[in-house]
Ligand binder design. Structure first.
Ligand SMILES: N[C@@H](CCC[C@H](N)C(=O)O)C(=O)O
Length: 285
């Protein structure tokens, strides 16, 4: 039987199957087979079950390269919860024997650092780089400039949206009561709104006070997830841009908070947990 070794991780319930492609030779050589593998592995009934498949590869620019594939087979630029899990994995495995790790992604080089550690779980702080705030960075159709509280029409309703790129596209919508939002209806509809040529991750955010918000997310390519790291960063930046909070925000998600700081150096820092769940072998045939 041909099987690939994997390890299952999660960051606040946003879960990933991680495969060490530096060691694992059973992976398909043809890149075009990866979307199908991701869909199969991530399937909640017929596979391991995950929001994404992550491959750890060799990089000539950083310590490692992280390739993430969404559960629908699409390949995003970055994954905030995933990169914390990758940092914990490569540190534990001795692949990078340092707490500060350089990870190449499609969104550039991202810098996670293990802050606290035990055998299964770690707290990881990540320098997520600079947010993209120009409309073309997202990308989003319309005139040049930033998109802050801009009206977006959908089915006759107007949503006030703030658009932020964390390497991947985010559309943040502030609401009075985040639990009342029909996420399973609006999420998939707004994800493919024609204003977003590369689709978008959709975050609904309720402001609690100057330093805390609650967020629910519909992810591009993965649907409902319990948490989204890049989404929490986008929510923090959007909250500050709209004058709702300061630059440091606790973003409360279903399973706990992520601490987000949009620093004066224009970098966004995200701190949160990464937890190993189990290891296994996934049969390819
Ligand atoms: N869950 C991730 C984001 C994964 C990528 C996203 N679905 C996209 O397509 O942009 C996170 O924690 O950031």
């Amino acid at each position: 039987m041909i099987a690939i070794k994997f390890v299952k991780f999660h960051g606040l319930g946003n879960d990933f199957v991680i495969v060490d492609a530096l060691e694992e030779s059973g992976l398909p050589e043809n890149r075009e087979e990866l979307p199908g593998l991701a869909r199969d592995v991530c399937h909640r009934r017929f596979g391991v079950g995950a929001d994404g498949l992550i491959l750890i590869k060799k990089s000539d620019k950083a310590d490692i390269y992280m390739q993430i594939i969404n559960s629908d087979g699409s390949e995003p630029e970055m994954c905030g919860n995933g990169i914390r899990c990758v940092a914990k994995y490569v540190y534990d495995a001795g692949i990078v024997p340092r707490r500060q790790i350089r990870v190449e992604t499609l969104a550039g080089i991202i810098l996670p650092e293990i802050i606290t550690d035990d055998h299964k779980a770690a707290m990881v702080k990540v320098d997520m780089g600079q947010p993209g705030l120009e409309r073309s960075d997202i990308p989003m159709l319309g005139p040049a400039g930033r998109v802050v509280g801009e009206p977006l029409e959908h089915r006759g309703e107007i949503f006030r949206v703030t658009a932020v790129s964390m390497g991947n596209p985010h559309c943040v919508i502030f609401v009075d009561d985040v639990q009342a939002v029909p996420l399973y209806q609006l999420g998939p509809e707004l994800e493919v709104h024609p204003a977003f040529p590369r689709k978008a991750n959709i975050e609904f955010v309720q402001v609690l006070n100057q330093g805390e918000v609650i967020m629910r997310v519909w992810e591009r390519g993965a649907g409902y997830t319990m948490a989204c790291g890049t989404g929490a960063c986008a929510a923090g930046v959007a909250s500050c841009l709209n004058g709702y909070t300061g630059r440091k925000v606790m973003v409360h998600l279903q399973a706990g908070p992520l601490e987000i700081e949009w620093s004066v150096n224009n970098h966004v820092y995200m701190t949160g947990p990464a937890r190993k769940v189990f290891t296994g072998d996934y049969p390819l045939e």
